[in-house]
Write a protein of this length. Structure first.
Length: 159
């Protein structure tokens, strides 16, 4: 019985990651300011937090983990399940006042907004749970990416 539980854990723990594309090498590099002395706001994908974060780029050299805007960074590196999560907030064109949620790429969170009832875009969810389900960022990694666990830490009691 103990063996069956262990095999089941292996399958359940590994299966969700099987269909995912590996991240491009650029997405795993540390941000590199480069050798020049400029000061340009750029975004890099932080493999540890699973989020795109701001840094100052010097203007030359560096590495390819630098993006002019946060949306480009997320499109290239994050495991967002749907590209509609990257659409900007659009409250619509009518006059109703309906509480809805959208994914805010700057904060990496689902936030409440007032929808006008028509128009808008796909980044519009009826409740917080729906938004989080579709636009969920990967959880923070507990260890260095090369050493991360594929199997959840679950305790199984012997029967």
């Amino acid at each position: 019985m103990k063996v069956i539980g262990t095999v089941l854990l292996l399958v359940v723990g590994i299966a969700p990651g099987l269909g995912r594309e590996p991240k491009p090498p650029a997405c795993t590099a540390y941000p590199d300011r480069g050798q020049c002395q400029g000061s340009f706001t750029r975004y890099f994908f932080n493999i540890t937090s699973g989020r795109c974060e701001e840094f100052l780029y010097g203007g030359c050299y560096g590495n390819s983990n630098k993006y002019k805007d946060i949306v480009s960074c997320y499109k290239n590196c994050a495991d967002l399940s749907h590209s509609m999560c990257l659409s900007p907030l659009d409250v619509g064109t009518c006059s109703a006042e309906v509480d809805r949620y959208y994914f805010d790429v700057m904060s990496g969170e689902c936030l409440k907004f007032t929808y006008t009832g028509c128009g808008g875009n796909g980044n519009n969810y009826p409740d917080l749970a729906s938004c989080q389900k579709v636009c969920k960022l990967p959880p923070r990694l507990r260890e260095h990416p090369e050493k991360r666990r594929l199997i959840p830490e679950i305790s199984i009691l012997e029967v």
